[in-house]
Design a protein around this ligand. Sequence first.
Ligand code: SF4
Length: 484
Amino acid sequence: MECGNPLQSSSTIGMNPNLKPEKTSSIEAGFEAAFWDNRLCLDFTYYKTDSRNQILKLATTAASGYTSQVRNAGHIRNRGYEIVDFSEPADFYIINTCSVTHLGERKSRQLIRRANRLNDNAIIAVTGCYAQIASDEISKIEGVRVVIGTKQRDKIVDLVEKAAREDGLFNEVNDVMHMHEFEDIPLYGTPHRTRAFLKIQDGCCNFCSYCIIPYTRGPIRSRKLESIKTAVDQLVEENFHEIVFTGIHLGAYGRDFKGENISLSDAVEICLANENLKRLRLGSLESIEISPRLLELIKTHKRFTKHLHLPLQAGSDEILKAMNRHYTTEEFARLIENIRREVPDIAISTDIIVGFPGETDELFQKSLEFAKSMGFMKMHVFPYSKRAGTPAAKMTNQIDEAVKKQRVHLMQKMAEQSATEFYQRFLGRELEVLFEQEQDGYMEGLTSNYIRVYIKNDGAITSGDIRLVKLVKLFKDGILGELI
Ligand code: SF4
């Protein structure tokens, strides 16, 4: 299927910076990433030292949402920029934008303005989904010098440096609807963390009726298996203990390799073949794309985490159909039952949208009851957000914002209860925890099934250790444990 983009736009304006980056030196990375926990994906700044030993700073940040994940920024790192915290003034800013919801777009604009406030003489480059569909709007924000969408992001540093040498606005937003090659952007370095996000797939042609992503990302493209192997080896070499595979439509991995019969399971196997990798986790995945082979891999490989994020989106067949989702609640329930039969301790998290056009009180109640019956370990609840150009935006039976707000509240309340019940099941059990970091006197880490575990830190544990822990009581957003 070809994806046509009705939302393409472009424009140019001029600015006048006077920065000229030259030869580079050392690299250091700082990185803030949150996966399913919130929607701000990354936030880091790069410093570039020139041949006269002057430091040029390059900052990048992301207002990312939904399936949008952490960017690989190795192309920046490989040019010799030193990465530091975003909050400091920089000479260059790269802002990775999100267009999944109004909130994502607002956050994106705020980040651009923040960069301009930090240094109004800086070169600001804007990339990502929002840039892809609204380059005119973005070009008008003060300080913006480079706009690049979701294509050719490996060119961004060239463009930023060009903008430092030449006047004008560099608008490089191109049509993504005919892209068929995965952009193999080099990996970023993210020391101080144990978990790395590896994007192995881009694009989606599912066209869920509420979603803008197929228009901003184009068709399905997958990272080649050899490239995954190289990336995994490199990340393990750099001391990352856990790798998270991400993608816009992860379950569609390999579908673009015509006649090769390659699927996500092959990518998983090639990753697990590196025996020094402690854990592999999957990002968001469509429930109906879990193959028996993939389930078998989860079941049999200790290093393949027992956690799946399967977006439900609605708990009534009427709304699922209106959303153009390709399953019924009965099919979803059967899949979950099957997964739990094979892997009893597995954690299943989800996304759900409330207030979709046509969602009556009765249908919302159905959705609430169904989601409750699924016993999710975690739920991300979103109020439906109208995206111009999508079929759902044209539906006439839109829901009042106040009603959406109330439904979000009710769904979240149920989600909290569901999470607590999931955690309680594991109290008294002994599970392996991969420790990540210390905070406020506690070492914290994750179990294979995504339970956040805290232990009092007496110096016995360091980041990257895997230890057996007895789970004692509910604590913060997870469980307090004791070392065995
Ligand atoms: S599967 Fe649906 S919700 Fe997910 S990216 Fe594709 S169109 Fe959007």
